[in-house]
Design a protein. Sequence first.
Length: 287
Amino acid sequence: MKQLLLLSFLSLSYFSYLFTVTEKATIVEHKSHAAYFSQNCIPEDPSAQIFQVVEDMPRFPGCEDIMDTAERKQCASRKMLDFVYDNLLYPQKAYDNRTEGTAVVRFIVEKEGCVSNATILRGLGDNTDQEVLRVINLMNTEGMRWSPGKQRENPVRVYFNLPVKFIWTENATIGSDDLYNFINPCDTTIISGRLAGCSIDHFNVFPNPVVEVLNISFLADASTMGSINIYDTKGSRIIHQTQFISAGANTERIPLGDVDSGHMIIAIHDADGNVLGACHFLKLEER
């Protein structure tokens, strides 16, 4: 029996977990991807320092009742590994190409316990990077809240590095390539080369796909008048609303009940028409 080895880096130490697959290759289709998107995780103070190492490193939830510090840390490490290997898929493209190796992801464990800014530091390609990001963002979607890192007993923001090693196996559970069409669908770098008085970050849309109401959230570094626009894939504007963008955290709910189903683009413009950020999303028909 062939095996899939998931190797994770937790805090400053390496831990490994051996996942034995017992069934023939199974393909997970895109119909399940609605739950894979990161829910709103905006830090209370996005300008606060982000630490590399702290006195009390962040811990994955589920072991808070264990009194012994070493046992609690070991339990949290195991539960995180369990979460990752229970949800990790082998992307169809990587499976077909027998892509193997280690992808390294870095994310921030916020003071609030959610995770943000998941970024691939070292990628493998063939949708394995998107798969790792999908699993990390799934923590927010499923309401996982870490015990935040602490420095001098105060909660702080902490970077967390996680290598995930893919070893090809004939019996792997496969993620359909359609699953990754909506992973990390937002772009806030598209105004490169153009002057804008405001820039945004942490641009999220959820749920995605959406049926009735689309939620958006983002951080802005300055206050300005702007607009929110939704376009179909042919470039026709479906929704336009003037929007005051405030410095700091912004959230908005956009009703889509009367909008036809299909692939859409939501874009945030400043008053001069510069596109500050854009996200792809899928509008589904109401059942």
